[in-house]
Design a protein around this ligand. Structure first.
Ligand SMILES: Nc1nc2c(c(=O)[nH]1)N[C@H]1C(S)=C(S)[C@@H](COP(=O)(O)OP(=O)(O)OC[C@H]3O[C@@H](n4cnc5c(=O)[nH]c(N)nc54)[C@H](O)[C@@H]3O)O[C@H]1N2
Ligand SMILES: Nc1nc2c(c(=O)[nH]1)N[C@H]1C(S)=C(S)[C@@H](COP(=O)(O)OP(=O)(O)OC[C@H]3O[C@@H](n4cnc5c(=O)[nH]c(N)nc54)[C@H](O)[C@@H]3O)O[C@H]1N2
Ligand SMILES: [Mo]
Length: 769
């Protein structure tokens, strides 16, 4: 007789129960309190597939022989040699000590950006930073690939990034009070599946249903019609990518032209509005920002723009802006222009009014949010202050010692000799991968810690096999969660894989700081400690009772104190002097003295339309704008080969969606293998023809496991980052510009069968690296 164990667990895409028979996963059941579970939970069985996994510590042969003097071009080409954990620990600790002594700790780059597991204890990059902070520190990164330009401009203009971090108006309040909802980008269950600290209940669809029920007028401004579910019945405004700023300014300009702006709100609550209004009126450049001006740039209808400008002031209106809009060249501008537009309508701080950022970008944005302390292992104090803006990794590696700017400061790129990446995949996430590949040859040593043979692990010198979350105990939950969730161990670690905590503890011991690293606690000791800190905080500050650790661990979840029906800046609006914002003026900044002084041409002193480097307003007729959005069936590159991810592939590879009219013009039929290319690179995809994508646009999701064939430069898996542009959003924000990219598209002339076989073989050969 078999007994099936029921194991509560959680991942970025939701909570679930794993059914385990012996050491075999036989089923996955969704969390009982989740109204809309993600299909990705079914993919987790792939973690138990040894073929995808790094099974023992590995060292590149060239590096083993010549150490720091080895040729970095051997990365990804030379064989790996298995070593014992003891040897691996001594090699890794030896490199940390060597680089620290010879060049200083700033030469250790451990920004280690990546989503790793949602577990808050075995959190790979936090543990890496904790280890290195005990031995002199490291160069880290600021901001994220998700949002960088956005928070930089909001910190400057609102004094906080709360409005894009999930603490703007909550969706429950929007669903009750808003009359006109203008969605820039998406409000999509596709992206709302995931949350950085795991997620208990997926609530976006519940709020959308209420919005439909209340007959809210919804306008979707996006190149992709599917960015809102069909049943919401939104009006679709198929905008040219990267031109939203022009639409927002045109709407604001029309309102000002009609004299319908809220002069009282602008005077009481904003600074620099004279400068902004002068720009809208075209006083300095002779170009009034009105409906006609804006229609010409955005490709939308001038009459409708003028009409919407009237509705925005006549009704309770809410503007939502997806994070995607600021992941583009001059990405500061749509965030700032939306704030300017909302300020002109005078609705900021009213229930269901104003502006908010990132709704649906993650499942927790706009949901009731945790006001208590969320569990997290401490990274400890930083002995040195060395960082780069997160997306400047290639620039840093190529230009040691050169200056860069960030938030108005000028700093210097460190000379990174050692790169340590734990829980992230730059060969997935970074733009212009071929440029990254050149930079990747430069460091003396690259260490990668990951459960999987990712493209990044394949290009490392030392690969440390981490266990996946189902092979150890952990807990999930962040500041956007309404639960803390237990993550029980379901199966034994595969091969010689070890937990991230055990790996860093081993390295810390070798470096002589093992006790300071562990503080004498083991895995369960830490989980209890982190949970109790949240529980005590909830009781002390909010009188909110959470179950004790034993009951939490047994049931698998605990609710946390949350804020619901939140209206952002309501108190500020009431009394701006008493609730001054942390900005240069204490008010909402629409004209910035700081930016005026800095004089950047790519981030002016007021929200402005500045042409992006690549866009449909300046291209040849055979180029399309590439939108590389988040994949539906997986999280980034994670579990790319598993069932939920494969369900969205076609003919075994990624689908690129384009408008039937463009396809006809380019000689492409539905289901064809196509080649997308530009001067930066090329990849294959399967064409899917649709009318839900605007003409001039092609959509290829991120996350395909990079599979270049030989030296041809062709990636046959369909990774859009061989095509994307690696330029900063601006001198101010330095974010990534992933959504700014033109490509050529054509039927693939090569041997399709052969490319297909090569791709399948590459996947199957992963374990033989
Ligand atoms: N073109 C384009 N590029 C983009 C974007 C875009 O919109 N367009 N979006 C960007 C955004 S928003 C983001 S957030 C990034 C995402 O980029 P990443 O966060 O780097 O992507 P992931 O695939 O989630 O990488 C996580 C890695 O952690 C590993 N991992 C999982 N669990 C564990 C664990 O327990 N321990 C360890 N050590 N490792 C683990 C996984 O195997 C995987 O290799 O991509 C960015 N790139
Ligand atoms: N299933 C799944 N969900 C995810 C992730 C995942 O990998 N898989 N990743 C998560 C992460 S880390 C993040 S940061 C979020 C990102 O969340 P978002 O940034 O919101 O997601 P994207 O899919 O990049 O973009 C959303 C939509 O914006 C539209 N868009 C792109 N450019 C423009 C533009 O210039 N103007 C307008 N108006 N619209 C534009 C595209 O049509 C796209 O479908 O997603 C999260 N959710
Ligand atoms: Mo992200």
């Amino acid at each position: 007789m078999t007994t099936i164990r029921r194991v509560p667990h959680c991942s970025h895409w939701g909570a679930y129960t794993i059914l385990v028979d012996g050491d075999r996963i036989v089923g996955v059941e969704p969390f009982e309190h989740d109204p809309a579970p993600s299909p990705i939970i079914q993919s987790i069985t792939e973690w138990a597939n040894p073929e995808r996994r790094v099974l023992q510590p590995m060292v590149r042969s060239g590096w083993l022989e010549k150490r720091e003097a080895s040729d970095g071009r051997g990365r990804g080409n030379e064989k790996f040699v298995p070593v014992s954990w003891d040897e691996a620990f001594s090699l890794v600790a030896g490199e940390i000590s060597r680089v620290s002594q010879a060049y200083g700790n700033a030469s250790i780059f451990a920004g280690s950006y990546g989503w790793t597991s949602c577990g808050r204890f075995h959190h790979a990059s936090s543990l890496l930073k904790r280890t290195l902070n005990l031995v002199g520190g490291f160069t880290g990164h600021v901001d994220t690939y998700s949002i960088a330009a956005g928070p930089v401009i909001l910190r400057h203009t609102l004094g906080s990034e709360a409005a894009c971090g999930g603490q703007a108006n909550t969706l429950d309040s929007i669903a009750e009070h808003t009359e006109t909802l203008v969605v820039f980008g998406a409000l999509s269950p596709r992206t709302a599946q995931t949350e950085a600290g795991g997620i208990g209940s997926h609530s976006l669809e519940t709020h959308l249903r209420r919005i439909v029920e209340r007959k809210v007028r919804v306008i979707l401004v996006s190149p992709l019609k599917d960015d809102l579910p069909e049943w919401v019945g939104a009006e679709w405004w198929p905008i040219r990518p990267n031109t939203d700023t022009a639409l927002m300014l045109g709407l604001a300009g029309e309102i000002v032209k009609a004299g319908r702006h809220d002069a009282d709100f602008l005077a009481r609550c904003c600074s620099g509005s004279d400068e902004f209004l002068a720009y809208l009126k075209g006083e300095n450049d002779g170009a009034p920002k009105d409906a006609a001006w804006s229609a010409k740039i955005s490709g939308l209808d001038a009459y409708k723009i003028a009409e919407l400008s009237r509705i925005l002031v006549a009704t309770r209106s809410m503007i939502t802006v997806s994070w995607s809009l600021q992941r583009a060249h001059h990405g500061e501008q749509p965030f700032w222009a939306a704030l300017g537009l909302a300020a002109v309508t005078g609705q900021i701080g009213l229930p269901g009014g104003g502006v908010g950022y990132g709704y649906g970008s993650l499942g927790g944005v706009g949901a009731p949010y945790n006001i208590g302390k969320s569990p997290a292992i401490s990274q400890l104090a930083k002995p040195i202050d060395s960082f780069i803006p997160v997306a400047r990794i290639t620039d840093m590696l190529l230009n040691p010692g050169k200056p860069f700017t960030y938030q108005g400061e000028t700093r210097t790129y460190p000379d990174a000799r050692l790169v340590y990446w734990a829980g992230g995949n730059p060969y997935h996430h970074h733009q212009d991968i071929n440029r990254l590949s050149e930079a990747w040859t430069r460091p003396e040593t690259i260490i990668v810690q990951d459960p999987m043979w990712t493209a990044t692990a394949q290009r490392a010198d030392i690969v440390l096999p981490a266990s996946t979350s189902i092979e150890r105990n952990d807990l999930a939950g962040n500041r956007r969660s309404d639960f803390i969730l237990a993550m029980h161990k379901a199966i034994e670690p595969l091969g010689e894989a070890r937990s991230d905590f055990d790996i860093f503890h081993g390295i810390a011991q070798e470096l002589g700081v093992g006790d300071a690293f562990s503080e004498g606690r083991d895995e369960m000791g830490w989980l209890r400690y982190l949970y109790d800190a949240s529980r005590e905080d909830a009781a002390e500050r909010f009188g909110f009772e959470m179950p004790d650790f034993e009951s939490f661990w047994e049931t698998g979840y605990a609710r946390v104190p949350v804020k619901t029906h939140h209206t952002y800046l309501a108190e500020y609006r009431e009394d701006p002097a008493a609730n001054a914002l942390a900005t240069e003026s204490g008010r909402i900044v629409l004209g910035s003295e700081t930016l005026a002084r800095l004089g950047y041409q790519d981030c002016l002193s007021h929200p402005a339309w500045i042409e992006p480097a690549e866009w449909l307003g300046n291209c040849s007729p055979d180029e399309l704008h590439l939108v590389s959005h988040q994949p539906e069936g997986r999280l980034h590159s994670q579990l790319e080969t598993a069932v939920a991810s494969r369900a969205h592939k076609r003919n075994g590879r990624e689908q690129a969606k384009l408008n039937s009219r463009d396809a006809g013009r380019l000689g492409i039929a539905d289901g064809d293998t196509i080649r997308l290319w530009n001067e930066r690179g090329a990849c294959l995809a399967t064409a899917t023809l649709t009318d839900a994508v605007r003409t001039g646009v092609i959509v290829l999701p991120t996350g395909a496991w990079l599979t270049p064939v030989g030296n041809s430069g062709l990636d046959i898996a369909g990774n859009p980052n061989v095509l994307t542009l690696d330029v900063p959003t601006s001198s101010f924000g330095q974010g990534c510009s992933a959504h700014t990219c033109l490509v050529h598209v054509e039927p693939y002339g090569g041997d399709v069968e052969d490319a297909h076989r090569t791709y399948q073989n590459a996947l199957e050969a992963l374990d033989a690296v």
